[in-house]
Design a protein. Structure first.
Length: 428
């Protein structure tokens, strides 16, 4: 049985290999050279696989380098391959790519609204490894309406044409139960956009229906899924989906506030004249809507209190907060379409941190509310959390809330309660 690398070598006997083989023709026949490369390559593959198995998740490419540097037999095998295969990087990169497909079973990721603008900007990043890391294979399951199935076929063709090594499966469906079957992660983006003359209440009712159906489907076929709701109104849609999934923990449902967090981080960094990575612990409380409260009272800039760095209370209240809260509308005005790439980027970051950990950083997620900060249970409210590898998150507790913040947090809480009342018929 040939190893993966050897198979790829054999199948890859093309112009490149012929060029290589012609250089060794004086010493060996092409068939002999190929056979020798295969057996030396197999030796290396086997050793590499054994190393990866023993190291598990802690495996790094540096381990492989050490192994090959210190084991005489393997060094000799590599030298032999080098001698026969003049294009060294080609051989090495084949071995390097091996660890990507061998270490872990694929995660199944379901994405709704996959034929839409955010879906299109997200799928390629998930398949390339940006969401779950460069060694985690994925299977993508795309859900969209029946009318969008042709468009989905085109998206699938493009995904396949990228030949992503981590993409181990790709399916499309118009049925939530089929699409969610066995999903580890579900990102619910698909929702109805607000049409001409449509009232907010009509939009809420139409979208509430979608998330009630999808909550039931998740409960039936993907009880273990971690669910991120992006489709608006994202917080209340999380509530509806969770309420319709009684066998799942409410903590499995989160709504995306990350775009608001990133928008706020950018505004603050620009005002302070620092790189955005200098900003930490910025929180966006409440609803993903114009009532949200981007709060810098706990934030730091290069380790100093952001308020002491900015020293401009009027800017904070009169410019920063409204600019962040109304950024979505500003983008629609400028672009003639709503945020897509930045929303996709935020969704990738939200799920990545949830799945792989936020390394101690605070990130804002819409999560089931608790009594903390006087919010009370029953709504999905944006709060700071810290995520741990494997999918756990903890709400950041014990923050002191100043009177201005308390007022802003209450305003957005009341809006979420109103939204909950508007969809109460869909809450079993
Ligand atoms: P598009 O209209 O481009 O795409 C939506 C897709 O969802 C379409 O392909 C549509 O066919 C599909 N869809 C509709 N109903 C569906 C259903 N029942 N099942 C499966 N698919 C369905 O919108 P796009 O720009 O991608 O935005 C998607 C959603 O994200 C909207 O609700 C939008 O308001 C929301 N957003 C949320 C953000 C957030 O921060 N939470 C920010 C960006 C964005 O505004």
């Amino acid at each position: 049985m040939l190893s993966a690398a050897s198979r790829s070598l054999r199948h890859g006997v093309s112009a490149r290999s012929v060029a290589v083989l012609s250089q060794v023709r004086t010493k060996m026949t092409p068939a002999e050279a190929l056979k020798t490369i295969e057996s030396e390559q197999k030796k290396c593959d086997d050793a590499l696989q054994a190393l990866m198995k023993s190291k598990g998740d802690s495996f790094t490419f540096a381990d492989a380098k050490d192994l090959f540097a210190n084991d005489k037999e393997l060094s000799a095998a590599v030298a032999k391959i080098r001698e026969l295969d003049m294009d060294i990087e080609w051989s090495w990169s084949r071995m390097q790519s091996l660890h990507q497909s061998l270490t872990k079973p694929p995660l199944k990721v379901a994405l709704t609204g996959a034929a839409g603008a955010i879906g299109y900007a997200m799928l390629f990043r998930i398949a390339s490894g940006e969401m779950f890391g460069p060694t985690q294979p994925v299977q993508l399951s795309l859900l969209d309406l029946p009318a969008a199935q042709d468009a989905l076929k085109g998206v699938m063709m493009e995904l396949n044409d990228c030949a992503f090594p981590l993409l181990k499966g790709l399916t499309a469906s118009a049925s939530p139960e089929t699409a969610f079957e066995g999903a580890d992660y579900a990102v619910l983006v698909g929702a109805k956009p607000r049409g001409p003359g449509m009232e907010r209440a009509d939009l809420m009712a139409a979208n509430a229906q979608i998330f009630s159906v999808q909550g039931k489907a998740l409960n039936k076929v993907a009880k273990g899924a971690k669910v991120t709701v992006v489709g608006n109104p994202a917080n209340t849609n999380s509530l509806i989906a969770s309420a319709n999934a009684p066998d799942m923990s409410p903590d499995q449902f989160t709504s995306m506030m990350r775009l608001d967090q990133s928008r706020a981080e950018h505004q603050l960094a620009a005002k302070a004249g620092v790189d955005v990575s200098a900003v930490q612990r910025l929180v966006v409380w409440g609803n993903h809507s114009a009532s949200q409260y981007p709060d810098i009272s706990h934030a730091t800039i290069n380790g100093k209190w952001a308020k002491d760095v900015v020293k401009d209370e009027a800017w904070l209240k009169n410019e920063f907060v409204p600019t962040v809260a109304k950024r979505g509308a500003e983008i629609i005005e400028a672009r003639g379409a709503s945020s897509a790439a930045s929303a996709a980027n935020a969704a990738v970051a939200h799920v990545r941190d949830w799945a792989t950990g936020s390394e101690g950083r605070w990130v804002t997620m819409g999560v089931p509310s608790s009594d903390a900060y006087g919010i009370g249970p029953g709504i999905w409210y944006g709060v700071p959390v810290v995520c741990y590898p494997g999918g756990d998150y903890k709400r950041v507790g014990g923050l002191s809330i100043d009177p201005y913040s308390a007022e802003m947090m209450e305003k957005t809480r009341l809006e979420l309660l109103e939204e909950r009342d508007a969809v109460k018929d869909l809450l079993p």
